[in-house]
Design a protein around this ligand. Structure first.
Ligand code: GTP
Ligand code: SPV
Ligand code: MN
Length: 584
């Protein structure tokens, strides 16, 4: 099956000429194709079968031990003007970048099959969706793309109808970190990735297309491409509010997206509906509200920490037809990771006999790939072509101190500052040190495909006459006490914070004004039956003026690092808070 679209056929031929594959396979996305691909991978050892009695249809992939996470220092934005990529991105001149990777792609697919993978990000019939084609020599990537996107014949039809698509070229190459590059050419709507087979480096529809190229397109077309979950919260009156939340990688999006209400809330009639766990595309609707779709069809979720007690919906979701990557296994071949209370690991993520001296049994960035429709809290609204209307936007990160459990921005401009100023401790989702506090504006530091200064200006531009924008909040589930333990129980109990947020959106819950924004008084938020002591509650909600003065100074220096391109408005917001803190 070649395509009726000349430009697509020509590009596929060009790539085949460069990479020299033994054969070319156009993916149609059918069940039969998927079955054959799986058999092929099982035969090659790319996939190992897990216990089919406990985990029907589940397999395990062990990646190369030097290829286990995103590589931010090897991920480039290649724009003609360096300034357009901004200080937030590694940059390379487009001609130089093409030459560099094309040399690595030359002959890279010799003896291998080249798969042509047409995909659609978002519901096939949504005007908000966008298509792409990924060419890859990794059957594992094809299998993951089939779960994560709408892949195959329907996507190809849409591409042929529209005549445009994002081009993504991928090869695992030699899996050598010295020959690994993830290149983005936003001006050409092109991605070239070589040398990694892992997650965001290789499943090009995800971070490369839906966020880096997507954010670039969103800016020129007036919408937002964000690293956000989308969740629907239904109150006992049966009204559903949709919330979008940006937390950095491995900071709780999947968990919040499929939260199970605490017992008392369940009894009262609260329900939670999952729309998406990682990416959100938002566009202003005719009614002035922001309407959001989840461009993905599956979850590529963090395994460690997932347990019956923390995220029962995820555990149910991944019981069948799931690809596990870099988890450990038990003696009866069930998947296992740190934080899973049941079972004992006997083989670690590299397939060695488990020895705690080698570190954790599962890789800290081990993941599951699974169709979102298997999640018990999945809602058909995730398929709605117009998307869902967003009532609130939440920013948050891992902040062991200072940042309260929740606060509300005064207005949109203040909210944009709150997002821009976000900080979080680094996690195992990317290579490099873990637990280091860094600024991660809107959780998009690794994913914004252009200059952050322009991105902040784009965010500010949504505040215009007729707009009915969501309220903006900041949360912190990760505050620690003097004993080094989390002060807040998190997970299902996070609904208590969402309840306050929704109450604020409906104008029926109180808040105290402080220099940093609106904070709940302990009587505004339902915490009394949680078993937290009054001192823990005070600590979670307190505003430490001296600490905040230092924080707001640091935010000022961070904003200054963007130079003259930074919108004045953000600096004014920062100074307004600095002044209020000085007087407090
Ligand atoms: P990416 O897929 O990397 O973008 O990550 P994510 O934001 O979806 O993170 P995820 O929900 O998978 O959570 C990452 C880790 O944080 C897991 O180990 C979770 O168990 C843990 N976590 C999530 N929510 C909470 C919470 O409310 N409290 C605490 N203490 N840990 C949490
Ligand atoms: C993240 O790192 O934010 C992820 C995983 O969601 S990856 O797809 O590898 O980017
Ligand atoms: Mn992510």
């Amino acid at each position: 099956m070649a395509s009726s679209l000349e430009s697509l056929n020509r590009w596929v031929e060009e790539v085949a000429g460069l990479t020299q594959p033994a054969e070319i396979h156009w993916c149609n996305g059918s069940d039969g194709e998927s079955r054959l691909l799986k058999e092929h991978m099982l035969a090659r050892g790319d996939l190992l079968e897990l216990n089919q009695e406990t985990h029907p249809g589940c397999t395990l992939h062990r990646s190369s031990p030097t290829d286990v996470a995103r590589v931010e220092h090897l991920t480039f934005i290649c724009t003609r003007e360096r300034e357009d990529a901004g200080p937030n991105n590694p940059w390379m001149d487009p001609a130089e970048a093409h030459a560099k990777v094309d040399a690595l792609f030359a002959g890279a697919m010799r003896g291998r099959t080249m798969y042509v993978v047409p995909y659609c990000m978002g519901p096939i019939d949504s005007p908000l969706s966008r298509c792409g084609v990924e060419i890859t020599d990794s059957p594992y990537v094809v299998a993951n793309m089939r779960i994560m996107t709408r892949m195959g014949a329907p996507a190809l039809s849409r591409i042929e109808r529209e005549g445009r698509f994002v081009k993504g070229l991928h090869s695992t190459g030699e899996l050598n970190p010295d020959k690994r590059f993830i290149m983005h050419f936003p001006e050409e709507l092109t991605i070239k990735s070589i040398g990694s087979g892992y997650g965001g480096n290789a499943l090009l529809g995800k971070k490369c297309h839906a966020l880096r190229i997507g954010s670039w397109q969103a800016r020129s077309e007036g919408w937002l491409a964000e690293h956000m979950l989308i969740v629907g919260i239904e109150n006992p009156e049966g009204e559903t509010h949709y919330i979008a939340a940006a937390f950095p990688s491995a900071c709780g999006k999947t968990n919040l997206a499929m939260l199970i209400p605490p017992e008392s809330y369940r009894k009262a009639g609260w329900k939670v509906w999952t729309v998406g766990d990682d990416i959100c595309w938002m566009t202003p609707g005719e009614d002035g509200r922001l309407w959001a779709i989840n461009p993905e069809a599956g979850f590529f979720g963090v395994a460690p920490g997932t347990d019956r007690t923390t995220n029962p919906n995820a555990l149910t979701t991944i019981q069948r037809d799931t690809i596990y990557t870099n988890v450990a296994v038990t003696s009866d071949n069930q998947p296992w990771w740190e934080g899973l209370r049941e079972g004992t690991p006997v083989k670690d993520w590299q397939g060695r006999d488990h020895d705690p001296a080698n570190g954790p049994a599962a890789h800290p960035n081990s993941r599951f790939t699974v169709s979102a429709s298997q999640c018990p809290s999945w809602t058909p609204m995730a398929e709605a072509p117009q998307g869902v209307p967003i009532s609130a936007i939440i920013f948050g990160g891992r902040r062991p101190s200072l940042i309260p459990l929740v606060f509300e921005a005064r207005d949109w401009s203040h909210g944009v500052l709150v997002g821009a100023a976000m900080g979080s401790e680094t996690t195992a989702a990317a290579t490099g040190a873990v637990g280091v506090l860094r600024r991660d504006s809107m959780a998009m530091k690794p994913f914004c495909g252009y200059n952050f200064a322009d991105y902040f200006a784009h965010w500010l531009s949504f505040d215009k006459p007729g707009a009915k924008l969501p309220k903006i909040f900041h949360v912190n589930w990760f505050r620690k006490g003097a004993d080094g333990r989390f002060l807040w129980p998190g997970f299902g109990e996070n609904l208590r914070v969402l309840e306050w947020i929704i109450g604020r959106c409906e104008g029926r819950t109180g808040a105290l004004e402080t220099p940093i924004g609106l904070v709940p008084d302990s009587t505004d938020i339902h915490l009394d039956d949680l078993g937290l002591g009054p001192s823990a509650i005070r600590e979670l909600l307190e505003i430490d003026a001296a600490g905040w003065r230092r924080e707001v100074d640091a935010i000022g220096s961070y904003l200054d690092s963007f130079g003259a391109r930074l919108p004045d408005r953000l600096k004014q917001e920062q100074q307004r808070i600095a002044t209020a803190l000085a007087q407090s």
